[in-house]
Design a protein around this ligand. Structure first.
Ligand code: SDX
Length: 392
């Protein structure tokens, strides 16, 4: 290890868990996956290469990479009865509501890989979840617009296949634009894992009770849905649409500074990063590449770029270290690709699934599988006598 960490017992007793997967230094704006800087991974690897690194601890060799792709491709289809499961939802259901339901229901369909004490079952479940999430996510979208589900096309890349399942129809094939395919893949990489964020901690907590992996992933999806976490990308686009024009930005900047106003600038700030989110740097570059490639002239993007410019120069935001985060730019890219904002958090969940699975797998290392039982500071009543009520 290039930096020896000497944990003092005090730290160990307060740390919620010990992990080898991702390292974040919020003050320095550092994010490493198994020691590799996120910028290097986003620039030079693809999502399945990063998935292999997260799941197995090392980048794949060229042969391992080819085998891994083939293994994932074997599991991209979902059980045919799941298609009927979708039809129990209203067409106008939020896709995250469907994803919460369907991901948990996978336990009813893939009961041949539920024995968490069987390593073959664990490895099979990990691949099944990685392979099937794009299919399920695209099914949520197709169901919401009343179009037929599209089967995976395994000759395509992971990201290309997702775009195909989202936008192709039985009548018209979808021509995968390489710039959009690369942007999609980068969004998956940048959302793949992020240490002990709320949803990953939720997955680890569920796993600590011995719950099956599909139930753990459903719990992670539920936690990610919140606007303070994974729901921020959708909330950011809603905010940009509400602002509407560049001249209305100062009004919202003032609201963000007003302590009596609960309004917060969606896509800004972070629980850990008090420096620029290293993912946001890569996402910002990708955002400008996509807008240029698509030659998009949409006032929403003008508002976003002007909001970014003002926030990065405003003393309040600098003092409070409120930089644009990964969710600020991802929403803009996804909207430019043509993905509806209701699907943004579904895509975040899809990308984060590999991180959740990596942390779930890590729980099976010796000594890790202890039930999570957070301590509390009790501030309620001291003991008091119970006087029965006269009910007559
Ligand atoms: C993700 O944990 C992870 O790793 C999450 C994530 C991941 O990959 O899993 O990185 C993904 O969830 C990114 C964050 C997405 N959320 C949003 O963009 C929603 C908008 N952001 C805020 O809700 C907020 O910034 C949080 C929830 C992200 C962080 O909130 P904190 O921890 O309360 O922020 P803070 O303590 O650092 O706040 C410092 C100050 C506070 O003001 P004071 O009370 O000190 O005067 O800044 C203010 C906050 O009120 N502040 C904001 C703000 N975020 C913090 N003011 C206006 N707009 C904001 N967005």
């Amino acid at each position: 290890k290039n930096k020896l960490f000497t944990f003092d017992p005090g730290f160990m007793s307060t740390a919620s868990c010990v992990s080898e997967i991702t390292y974040i230094d919020g003050d320095e704006g550092i994010l490493l996956h198994r020691g590799y800087p996120i910028a290097d991974l986003a620039q030079n690897a693809d999502y399945l290469e990063v998935a292999h690194l997260l799941l197995f601890g090392e980048r794949p060799t060229q042969q391992e990479y080819k085998e891994f792709i083939q293994l994932v491709r074997k599991h991209t289809l979902v059980h045919e009865q799941i298609s009927r499961f979708f039809h129990g939802f209203r067409r106008d259901s939020h896709p995250m509501a469907i994803m919460c339901g369907v991901s948990g229901a996978l336990a009813a369909f893939y009961h041949d890989s539920l024995d968490i004490n069987n390593i073959q079952h664990r490895e099979l479940t990990a691949i099944r979840l990685l392979a099937k999430m794009p299919t399920l996510a695209a099914m949520c979208y197709k169901y919401s617009i009343g179009q037929p589900f599209m089967f995976p096309l395994n000759k395509l890349s992971y990201s290309g296949n997702f775009l195909h399942m989202m936008f192709a129809t039985p009548c018209e094939p979808y021509e995968v634009n390489p710039v959009l395919e690369r942007a999609m893949d980068r969004i998956f990489i940048l959302h793949a894992d992020h240490e002990q964020n709320a949803s990953t901690s939720t997955v680890r907590t569920a796993a600590s009770s011995g719950a099956n992996p599909f139930a753990c992933i459903a719990a992670g999806i539920a936690s990610l849905w919140g606007p303070a976490h994974g729901g921020a990308n959708e909330a950011c686009i809603n905010m940009l649409e509400e602002i509407g024009t560049v001249d209305r930005i100062p009004e919202y900047i003032a609201r963000a500074k007003d302590k009596n106003d609960p309004f917060r600038l969606m896509g800004f700030g972070h629980r850990v990063y008090k420096n620029y989110d290293p993912r946001a740097k890569v996402m910002r570059k990708t955002c400008h590449e996509v807008l240029k490639e698509l030659n998009i002239d949409n006032p929403l993007f003008d508002v976003a770029m002007e909001l970014e410019r003002i926030a990065l120069s405003d003393p309040y935001f600098i003092e409070h270290k409120l930089y644009p985060n990964v969710d600020f730019y991802s929403g803009i890219i996804l909207k430019a690709i043509g993905i509806p904002k209701s699907m943004f958090t579904v895509i975040f969940a899809m990308a984060r699934t590999v991180g959740w699975i990596a942390h779930w797998k890590e729980m099976f290392k010796p000594g890790n599988m202890k039930i999570v039982r957070p301590r509390q500071l009790y501030t309620g009543h001291t003991e008091r006598p119970f006087e029965p009520m006269d009910k007559d």
